[in-house]
Design a protein around this ligand. Sequence first.
Ligand code: DQA
Length: 145
Amino acid sequence: MKKLLVIHGPNLHMLGKREPGIYGAETLNDIDVKITKKAKDSGLDIEIQQYNSEGDIVERITRSDFDYLIINPAAYTHTSVAVRDALLSAPKRVIEVHLSNIYKREDFRKKSLVSDIVEGVISGFGAMGYIIAVDVIAQWAGNDS
Ligand code: DQA
């Protein structure tokens, strides 16, 4: 069974309470339940983690014990050379997901330090973005097995 790791970055544990006009009313747990169901229905082994600190994200990525990664680096998207370098150190097929459309917001959010080293980016579709990403990965897993 192929293993999918999902990493949620800083402040995403606050979903539901945090700027609901931008990020929606669902909690992270609500979203994780949907991701887990979709992954299991697609025949994937799934692990989901949320980290507020950059070092924890780097450590988890560089353990490299997974086949595919969905990552919402949240604020680190725009700042973290360390997360970028971790992704380069442990090369896997990666999809970058954002709940909001980062290109429709402040200028500093328009730059992602990881977009050019991942397979693709899904931004602006809320929690549905994660489900779309799992769908893509399920197809890769089918072709890779
Ligand atoms: C986010 C967008 C980032 O700019 C922001 O810092 C987040 C969430 C998103 O999912 O839309 O925390 O990654």
